[in-house]
Design a protein around this ligand. Structure first.
Ligand code: CTP
Length: 413
């Protein structure tokens, strides 16, 4: 399913979608549909080999634009589709990119319209994204890997590949990314790189504290806000590590995810990872307490009608610990906290910012946001208070990341 607000980055963009010979052409059809739905003008170019897998008719119907196959296409008044298609383009994405096509690119060949236009694109302005798709042996072959390194050196961006069952019946690396993943990658390449070179560490979701092997204490956090922030940070060019409690969410493309269960588990991962981070964003709803003694076996009813009495101990405060570490105190690590409140948002958020020792605290009303796709945020720092009005978590995450980037770069007004 397409995220409703992905259109913001893709609306009005001109995207050249190149298809080369591979079974994954069927996924390119869906990708084309998603792009059109997101508001992009999609100009499809197929190689001769791609036409063996999917017809220009299908791609024309989906894109709503004339499709190009040949460099001798007489429909162009000047007969130069390679120039006309690339001068106005915001990006070129080759999906699927076959091993053969990548080899052509590595050699700067121009014997088909698609390779020709890759060569003819204004290299400084039009990004070229390559989504490889091939059999696992072809993917692993030194020649392919060498060609991929070469196209990266020549300015293209090579996307990852998926692992799994392949059309040939073998299992391994080389599957083309899914349409939604391609959309995320393209969005990222069109987003300003405000966090380029920064390592951002993010916590998300609830934690679950064991009572016994089958029962836990947890909360209503869905993880959606933290995941949206992770995605936005990665799209802004950051290297992102996402430490998450138990959630039912897909990992954003390009984000390194570490799954944890308890607050103690989250603390251990975060404290170690914070050593290499530049920015720490604590969006998790960490359980404040855990049962003092988790039973080793399931607690059974004893027939007396009395419920067991649980004793609790306080969990470590992860944000506070990281924010008081020497790296955070010296300004090497910029810490951002979240506050889920039920009332007096501003006053509680301001007090929490001081108590946690963080430069920026993001307040929201907990119960009205848990599990929802939208939210409203209040940013509190030493300059004062800034409201990010109700919007989708995806939009808010992008705004928040932009605000953090401004503060980290010292551009805050
Ligand atoms: N946090 C944390 N570790 C904890 C508790 C909270 O890292 N053990 C972080 C959260 O990720 C969030 C911020 O601290 O960024 C505030 O969390 P919140 O639950 O609102 O505050 P608490 O510190 O738990 O205070 P209280 O529940 O009393 O409002």
């Amino acid at each position: 399913m397409i995220p409703v607000d992905v259109a913001a980055e893709l609306t009005g963009r001109r995207v050249v979608l190149g298809l080369t010979g591979g079974v994954a052409c069927f996924k390119a059809a869906e990708f084309c549909r998603l792009l059109v739905k997101a508001g992009s003008a999609v100009h499809v170019v197929l190689t001769e080999a791609a036409c063996q897998f999917i017809t220009p008719v299908t791609m024309q119907a989906l894109s709503g634009q004339p499709v190009f196959v040949s460099q001798w296409d007489a429909r162009e008044p000047n007969n130069m589709p390679h120039i006309n298609l690339t001068r106005e383009a915001d990006a070129i994405i080759i999906a699927p990119a076959s091993a053969d096509f990548i080899a052509q690119l590595a050699h700067g060949r121009a014997d088909e319209l698609l390779s020709l236009l890759c060569l003819a694109r204004p290299i400084a302005r039009v990004p070229l994204l390559i989504a490889p798709s091939m059999n696992r042996e072809m993917w692993a072959h030194p020649a392919t890997q060498r060609n991929l390194r070469q196209v990266v050196r020549d300015g293209a961006q090579v996307l990852g590949v998926g692992f799994g069952e392949q059309a040939c019946g073998e299992t391994g690396d080389g599957r083309m990314l899914e349409p939604e993943q391609l959309l995320e990658e393209l969005t990222a390449s069109l987003t300003p790189n405000s966090l380029l070179g920064q390592h951002v560490l993010i916590t998300a979701g609830p934690t679950a504290e064991a009572i016994d092997p089958v029962r836990v204490i947890t909360n209503h956090s869905s993880g959606k806000m933290g995941f949206a922030v992770a995605r936005a940070a990665r799209e802004a060019g950051a290297d992102v590590t996402l430490v998450t409690g138990p959630v039912a969410l897909t990992t954003p493309q390009g984000v390194q995810r570490v799954d944890v269960v308890s607050a103690q588990g989250m603390r251990d991962v975060v404290v170690a990872a914070a050593e290499n981070a530049d920015i720490f964003i604590a969006a998790a709803a960490v359980s404040d307490w855990r049962p003092a003694h988790a039973a080793q076996e399931k607690i059974k009813k004893d027939g007396s009608g009395h419920a067991p009495v649980l004793e609790f101990v306080e969990n470590p405060d992860i944000l506070s610990e990281v924010a008081h570490s020497p790296r955070a105190q010296s300004g090497e690590l910029y810490c951002v906290g979240f506050a889920a409140e039920t009332e007096n948002l501003q006053a509680n958020a301001e007090a929490k910012r001081v108590r946690k020792g963080v430069p920026l605290l993001v307040g929201n009303i907990g119960p009205s946001t848990f599990g929802r796709d939208d939210n409203a945020l209040l940013l509190v720092d030493d300059e004062g208070v800034m409201e990010l009005p109700r919007a989708s978590k995806r939009v808010l995450a992008k705004q928040l990341v932009a605000e953090i980037a401004r503060r980290v770069s010292g551009d805050a007004a």
